[in-house]
Design a protein around this ligand. Sequence first.
Ligand code: AMP
Ligand code: MG
Length: 326
Amino acid sequence: MKKTILIPVLTFLILLTALILHGNRIPSYVSREEPALGTFVAIKIEKTQGYEALLDKAFENIRQLEKVFSAHTPDSELARLNNLKKAEVSFHLLELIKKSTVVSEITGGAFDITVLPLIELYKQAELSGNPPVEKEIRECLARTGWHKIEIKGTTVKIPCGLDMGGIAKGYIVDKTAEFLKEHGVKNGLVNAGGDIYCFGRPPRGEKWRIGIQSPSRKDVLITDLYVSGFAVATSGDYERYLLIKGKKFGHIIDPVTGKTVQNSPAGITVTAVDASTADALATAFYVMGVEKSIKTADRLNGVEVFIIDGAGKTHQSRNFSNFALP
Ligand code: AMP
Ligand code: MG
């Protein structure tokens, strides 16, 4: 073969080999999104053998767990406990009630799953059009309080109904990621309406890129986070609120005053080692406000917070910027 032909042919072969090797190293990915948990749940994983059956099972598990924690479907396990006030509970319900009390402890009670009577009071107010009066709030407060939850073995006794809407989504995200990893998935991301856990690597780059949206404009990204083996959760009042006599009331209760949080930050994003912690802390930080939240995040391992306040100003914990680089 002439030298003039040999050089381009060799170059082509080298490039082709490099491309094939590169292609082998980076797996291709599949995504599936389904409505669940009152939102959309998206799972993205590398394409392994039998991935379709694995995704089927992952979504089936999500629906099973949804049946445990929903306070508003009468046949859930939580609804049963709320009715009986004392009952033997399943592994998952027990685990998450315990975890909730741990978050209550570290947030000085800002996170409190016993707020259900207050949530119901506000829902009632929305229907009647009259905001709750002080006396009604005080009556509810006499029943609430996470310290009043008693756990003996697998039996739980509660002072009033529990609402696990501030932590259950994160927990289900964690269980889904664990399930995928146990079945050999090395790279993946589970996203339940903004409660995210990701592991391994994305199709491009080493870490998963997670954008924080502007609370007022969904199409505007305020900043990006780059994470792997971590959870990210966001709480905000821009999507969910109650309207009573034309006035907006947030969906998060301050367990001390018994009222919905007013003048709260517009958006709070939290990182943590697992999604149930990130989810619960995001809810708690909403109650705690900017300074207390940042102080709490700064003393907790793996926890960082990014806050967009009511005026649109941003605040962040000490090491948040560690997540800012790919
Ligand atoms: P999230 O969207 O994760 O911030 O959770 C908000 C949900 O948590 C609300 O819709 C209630 O179901 C529940 N919740 C409200 N206030 C509290 C609170 N102080 N502690 C724990 N859960 C709460
Ligand atoms: Mg939450």
